[in-house]
Design a protein around this ligand. Sequence first.
Ligand SMILES: [Zn+2]
Length: 337
Amino acid sequence: MLGSNVWRGMIGVDRATVIEEIDFDEESDSVVIHVRPRRSTKRRCGRCGVLAPGYDQGSGRRRWRALDLGVLVCHLESDSPRVQCPTHGITVAQVPWARHDAGHTRDFDDLAAYRKFIDEAVSRRNRRNGPRIDVERAALRPLPDRRTCDFEEVIVTVTSSSSFTLKKVFYTVPSRLIGHRLRVRLYDDRLELFLGGTHLNTLRRGRSGANGAHGHVVDYRHVIHSLRRKPMALLRLVYRDQLFPREAYGRTFERLLEAGSEKTACRQMVELLAMAHERACEAELAEALAVGLAEAQLPDMDALRRRFAPRLTALPEVVVALTPLSAYDVLLTGDAA
Ligand SMILES: [Zn+2]
């Protein structure tokens, strides 16, 4: 039998949750883990987290969907007593394994896991209705040509720092879009950007933090031009950690800050990022930086500049064979010349 700590790890809860019993429910075809909050956890309001006196046992036992255990579906089951909150009145008490009003554990806050859960639930239900749907399908009209509208359309203006903020998430876009008004189609997982009727770009959709903190979806290539003008801005960027495209860049910046002045560190780091973008050598440069980090050496800027300099001699010689204009006469006269 596995210990409680192993089980806690597998279902993604911490020590505030006590596992009482584990069994298998034939009816729902799932592993059911009976849990309760640790005795020392005081009852709190599920909505605001304030300590509150108990009220009653609520609706009795309740289940929360947890992440799968391999191929097995898993639920947590527990009492769901209610408390009397001074602000919110009678509410279900807080539990350590799930958010208030959620039918799933905190792990499901991970979007990917949540989507998988929805897909499974829908397909299970559809499977049950399969024969009936088949009967109806014969009498259905064909689907419309276009899919239904599953996005929200918003207009944003790109700021002078080639960015915009939408639903508490900060996005960067190519600097040529500064000052333009873009139409944004906001999907569940992505943003499609349009200028007039022209599709420009697709961005991954970001999410703001649970505590109301802004999210950031940033690309260093979008802001490198403004950073070049003001390298010191790098020091104060709130999204700096997301800016570095690979780990080696972030660590190099830390090393540069430790070793010298902030000014030099920012200037060199911006030059490295610009090099990665303009010479299209992001991965190669990251490797070079990683070697330097491993040897506890600061980047040798001159050597890197030489190594990643544009190769003028490598320009190909292009020979353009011009067609004599008289050849076009054939098109007008129809005569072969
Ligand atoms: Zn409350």
